[in-house]
Design a protein around this ligand. Sequence first.
Ligand code: SPV
Ligand code: MG
Length: 431
Amino acid sequence: MHTVYTCFCTDIIHEGHLNIIKEAMKLGRVVVGALSDKALLRYNKFPTVSLEERLKLYRSIEGVSEVVVQNDMLYDDIIESLKPDYIIHGDNWKTGPTSAIRTHVREKVAEYGGAVVDVPYTYNEKVKKADKLLREKLAMPEYRRKRLKQLIDICPIVKIIEAHSGLTGLIAEKTVVENNGRLDQFDGMWVSSLCDSTAKGKPDIELVDMSSRLRTIDDIMEVTTKPIIFDGDTGGLTEHFVYNIRTLERMGVSAIIIEDKKGLKKNSLFGTEVSQTQATIEEFCDKISAGKRIQLTEDFMIIARIESLILEQGMDDALNRAFAYVEAGADGIMIHSRKKSPDEILEFCDEFRSKNKKTPIVVVPSSFNTITEEELAEHGVNIVIYANQLTRSAFPSMQKTAEDILRYHRAKEVDDRLLPIKEIITLIDEL
Ligand code: SPV
Ligand code: MG
């Protein structure tokens, strides 16, 4: 009797999956793999039910002899332990980034005489609807909000990219690359005050008001499912801050980061070139505690951002503040620096981690951009935010296009670097 293996990465079973089981049964004993939470994430499939529930669901399918957990996106663990004669999959994995996984699996099973079987992928209205329903569920506030905490638990480092509109949200949501045979993508979005202000042609001085910032979040939420970290600047007056926490939490935002500055806030990347005032430890702790008292769910996070290194107040000040903010209830610490070298950030992380093993650390490597995600994770960083790179890449490109149209008195010369009309009109999913 041959062993036929298929891997499912779904929370619901539709006729596409049943067709794979039917075809698999023709070849032998059917073993279904449930992709682990960790592997699912990189596959752009965030689970809405637990692994236990998925195992139970797969076991209930007629014709399935055994259900196992698959921990590795590349199937290596399964191929080694099970040595399946056939690995069966919908033929949709023959193209796009997943084709690298198929190639890898084919080579691996060929080593002992196994084979890959591709069955025509079922993509009808019913299947489309089932996929869509799953996405809609993930976009609901109760699922989206808790997802950041879930990611922190699952991922070595959570990767966040800036979004300031529906379009940049779509880029954060949908961009997937294949890297050494594995898929990779961003885990969530940062609604940056710098980029949200810049998109409106305004300076980053808390001038864009909260109603407008909430509108930006809503635009992003309309077209995405991934969790959102909101850049709350100074948090404003504590009396206002608590209202905003309530609103953000209700909307399904996962976290707010507030920085320990007061008065007229300027962007941190100006450092000491402009006058900026740091709040006292006491003032900032009061704001954090007020926010924590008002929040209603366990999911929402208030992350305290320390500006001591930016304002050249020294490492001891940064660390003292970090411990005080955690004591006041902060769910995470963001440490910022505008140095080219990551040394002071790493020193902070090592010192902080020597006394606090758990509180998540967030960094924004805009200036110290040579450090890799892996190195940051080794120093205890949990979240890395790419805070402004989308805006900074779009601006020069738009500016050059505008200049060239003026230069040539027509648009032909710029056409080669534009997204084809056909692609732009299909970029947005229809209901
Ligand atoms: C932002 O993106 O608005 C930030 C990060 O606050 S930074 O610009 O580096 O201060
Ligand atoms: Mg900001």
